[in-house]
Design a protein around this ligand. Sequence first.
Ligand SMILES: C[S@@+](CC[C@H](N)C(=O)[O-])C[C@H]1O[C@@H](n2cnc3c(N)ncnc32)[C@H](O)[C@@H]1O
Length: 224
Amino acid sequence: VNGSGAPPDGTRPDFTPALGYRALTPLYDAAIAALTREHVWRARMVAALDLRAGERVLDVGCGTGSLLLALSAAAPATFLMGVDPDGDVLKRARAKAASADIAFAHGFFDESFIAREGRFDAVVSSLVLHQTPIETKRSLLAGMRRALKGGGRLCLADYGRQTGLMRLLFRASVQALDGVEDTQPNADGVLSELLREAGFKTIVEVEQIRTATGSICIWIARPS
Ligand SMILES: C[S@@+](CC[C@H](N)C(=O)[O-])C[C@H]1O[C@@H](n2cnc3c(N)ncnc32)[C@H](O)[C@@H]1O
């Protein structure tokens, strides 16, 4: 699938590459595995979602597809789709998912994507919002709410409020790679408020997981 929001070749894409710099993308999976306890938080997301056969699931900013693969292993009878504007990470995702039934869309998650692909029973997104400007955090969350069917749920995992040692580790790792401007609102704890602003009525903080790169928080949010 090629989304209309795909950045045309040769232009500077207005997103931060998965590991901060395009040249580091080949190291992304190894870095996330080594530094974020990904087996813990991805498994917690899969459990919190509790997917049912036949459900449609969208991963916004799916990157190299690791979460979709975990979902596919846990709930093979679901329709799984990932969207990401970065062709490099999608190439890796497609290779990793060669034997799984997962659809990938190249492009930004925006209104035209939602209009084209329809609504989903569950939307997931991991480690995306800390890399985006505050207005993009707002518009992505509002889009995620609009992309949900009535009764659907969003499962979000990202760096949340950082305190004490977690704040120091976050500064030394994530902020060193991704910069301070986009990441600081997360560290200040803005995401719960942004979920409310986006129209989610039931917001549950499922767990906070302490990692070598800061604290990663998992939320389940519902529009009603
Ligand atoms: C740090 S990576 C996380 C990848 C993956 N979700 C994971 O858990 O490993 C952030 C991803 O968000 C993507 N992204 C940034 N802006 C986006 C947008 N507006 N719509 C969809 N994806 C976006 C980037 O291309 C990148 O692949």
